[in-house]
Design a protein around this ligand. Sequence first.
Ligand code: SAH
Ligand code: SF4
Length: 412
Amino acid sequence: MQIPGHIDPVTTGTVPLRGGNRIDLVGLTRDGIRAALEEAGLDTKAAKLRSKQIWHWMYHRGVTDFDAMTDIAKTMRPWLTDRFIVGRPTVVTAQVSTDGTRKWLLAAADGQEYEMVFIPDADRGTLCVSSQVGCTLNCRFCHTGTMRLVRNLSAGEIVGQVLLARDALGEWPKGTMASTADVDDEDDDAGHYTADGRMLTNIVMMGMGEPLYNFEEVKGALKIVMDGDGLALSKRRITLSTSGVVPMMARAGEEIGVNLAVSLHAVNKEIRDEIVPLNRKYGIEELLAACAAYPGANNARRITFEYVMLKDKNDSDDDARELVRLIKQYKLPAKVNLIPFNPWPGAIYECSSPERVRAFSNIIFKNGISAPIRTPRGRDIMAACGQLKSAATKPSRAELDRIAEEKQVALG
Ligand code: SAH
Ligand code: SF4
């Protein structure tokens, strides 16, 4: 899809097929699977039935082997195996932090690498999913923004992260093949996910990349994740974070309908232009107006404003007061997440002191807006917010400066 503006991600063409000439069914819509089966020679009725069965095995049971799909005729299973696969990303490395956070470096079929992070908490487990290899946006405090290679991840590569996490956490249901089709999924916040004690309860599109620069694939992946006869995660348990791609925000609300997080990070043009260069294209006022218009936002479903705490940059009492003023001016049902800056090699910023972060938070709280301070997770394995970057594409310092310059020029 053509995204407005001239700073669209550089894509490297189509993703090569995994499994030779066989088609990977992960990431296709239900209709896409049916069409692929028809194309391979099944008649319409058979393709419809088989696609429904395969979908259920893939997304409800986590099965990757057609031979294990026991309600499909025995003679048909080798036919499927010859033509299709149910793929997974390749795990390059898997790390576990001292705080229990896990990070996986994954490789796509073309060798491109991207990361996903799982953050366990007492009452939930959050999977932080990547939408791109690298990011074109080059926020000054973010490690991912320094990556040279950028391509969009496909819907299959995005949903593949969720499937792989459930493999790794051993969370596919065992036993009989009960259908979840009768479970009322979308608005069921309590969810059958936690009820049976599963770890993976929430998804945040906060890994590598800008999800709204890869709208169609992110949408396709999240539709699969929310499908009632499969992973069946409620839209209330999914959050999409954007650095402020204003023209795509309304569509995200209407067509995907998940919770919105916005990486605000500064309250005036000068500072936001510097640290989130996309601000030169879509300014703070435009961004906040788009937030006010976000479909589905209300007091029960607030928009989260992410605010990274950078020492002497965006962390004064005046900044906090201005943030409150802006939220009130635009009548936003909002909460603020204060993220202590997570350092990475070569970063030019420092984290605000704990006292400064606390004072900033207090000002916002006193004005009736929730402003919790996020505890950094997985810093020891470089899994915290903004630390993701696959080592394989690490450029030199000189190269970094050149890339930053190129990106500045592109932004105009
Ligand atoms: N591209 C999207 C989503 C990925 S980033 C976005 O920017 O919103 C997820 C969050 O981590 C964003 O709020 C981002 O600004 C923040 N972040 C990036 N680098 C960080 C760092 N070094 N320390 C703390 N937070 C960071
Ligand atoms: Fe990209 Fe988000 Fe990092 Fe900015 S903060 S460079 S938009 S991943």
